[in-house]
Design a protein around this ligand. Sequence first.
Ligand code: S5P
Length: 274
Amino acid sequence: MRTYGHRANNHPNAAARQLLETIDRKKTNLCVSVDVTRKADFLAIIDLVGPFSCLVKTHVDIIEDFDHDLIEQLQALSKKHDFLIFEDRKFADIGNTVSLQYSSGVHKIASWSHITNAHPVPGPSIITGLASVGKPLGRGLLLLAEMSTKGSLAVGSYTEEAVRMARANKDFVMGFIAQRRMDGVGVQEGGNSAEEEDFLILTPGVGLDVRGDGMGQQYRTPREVIVESGCDVIIVGRGIYGNPKALDADNVRRQAERYMKEGWKAYLERIGEK
Ligand code: S5P
C-alpha cells in the first residue's frame, strides 16, 4: 500500500495532489465536518480543529447569517492552519443548472472551495457541467459512489456506474465519497485493471463512541474505515463538536486530536509501519 506522500508525487489531479500533500505534511487524514447554523460557531470550531485537519467540510447553505465575510474568514483559517476546503454541496441536477449553482448565487462555491461533490444520478453530464466551472480553477470533484446511511440506494450497479463515470473524467474527478476502496469496481471482464488509477476515498459515517444517530446515520471506527476498508480520509462531524448548542472548546480540541491520532495510527497499520 503506497504512502500518501508517494501518491502525492504521482497524482494527475491538482486538487488530489494538494490534499495528499497536506495529509503528508501535517500527518493527519482527518476531515472535520462542521454542520452548525451560526457563523460564529462555524468559525470558532474551525479555528479549534484546524491544526488537526487536512480538510474542513462545510454545508454553507445551513448557515443562518452567511455573508461574504464568512468566506474571507474561512479562507484566512485555511491559510493559518494549512487545510483545504470541501463544500459538501452534493450537486444532483443537469449540467447547465449545476454549473450555475457551482459558480453563482449567494455562495459562489467554486471561487473558494477546493473540492466539492456530486451525486452521479444524472449521468456524465453532471461532470461536464461542473468541470466547465471547476477545471479552469484547478478544483476537484468527488462522486458519491456510496452513502453511509441505512438503506442507501447507492449500491451495486449504481456504484459501478459511478466509478466508470469517474474513470472517464479523471482530469476533474479526484475520487469518491464511499465506504470502501473502489479499485477494480465496475471493471468489465477483459477490461483494463485499475492499476494506473488512484482515486481518493473520503469516508463519512465515522465515530468512536456511538454506532448511529437515530436518523439513519451509521458510524464505523477510523480503524474499520482506513485499515479494513482501505479508505483514505475519515470525515467526522458530531463525534468532534458534539452538541452545537453546548460547545465546549477544550473538548472540541481534544476530540479532534483523538480522531486525528486514531486515523493516523490506522494509516500506519495499513502501510505496515505500526
Ligand atoms: O454518505 C454520506 C455522505 C456524506 S457527504 N454520509 C454523510 O454523513 N455525509 C456527510 O458527512 C453529512 O452530510 C454530514 O455533513 C457528515 C457526517 O456528519 P456526522 O455528524 O454524522 O459525523
